[in-house]
Design a protein around this ligand. Structure first.
Ligand code: 5GP
Length: 133
């Protein structure tokens, strides 16, 4: 079944389009974290960050940077959150790769409330050993 983003890219669902090229489309998120919140969407449907060819991902990051620049220039954003939710366990709702670019302002109170934890004694080095690349 087509994802909502495929339907948007094919023009079957309306969207507010900011940019498009041969490999991605940029639209405004319909439920923005902050007004101007944009989504850089791959034209091909790759379900996750892990599936997309590196060349496409790197191009999408360049486009995300263009969006960041525009949000700063036009909206006066002082920062942005550039995020990819990667697989449903991370909160990804639409299984079609997209990069969120959310304009941020000092003191806007929108920082995601990820609860932060602590390592037990010696545990951080175990995770370090496990995850060394
Ligand atoms: P995810 O949770 O998959 O990282 O993010 C999906 C995003 O797509 C959500 O922020 C949601 O608001 C947005 N979204 C879902 N359906 C539509 C739609 O029909 N139009 C637009 N413009 N955005 C959508």
């Amino acid at each position: 079944m087509a994802t909502v983003f495929e339907m948007i890219i094919n023009g079957e669902i309306p969207s507010t389009r900011l940019y498009e090229d041969e490999s991605c489309v940029v639209i405004l998120d319909i439920n923005p974290i902050a007004k101007g919140h944009a989504l850089v969407i791959s034209r091909e449907c790759y379900p996750t960050f892990t599936d997309v060819p590196m060349e496409t991902l790197s191009h999408m990051m360049e486009v995300a940077r263009m969006v960041d620049k525009k949000q700063r220039e036009v909206l006066g954003a002082e920062g942005t959150n550039v995020m990819i939710n990667n697989s449903p366990a991370s909160g990804q709702e639409v299984p079609h790769l997209h990069i969120h670019v959310v304009p941020r302002y000092t003191g806007d109170g929108k920082t995601p409330a990820f609860p932060k934890g602590k390592y037990d004694d010696g545990e951080i080095s175990k995770y370090g050993d496990l995850l060394k690349l």
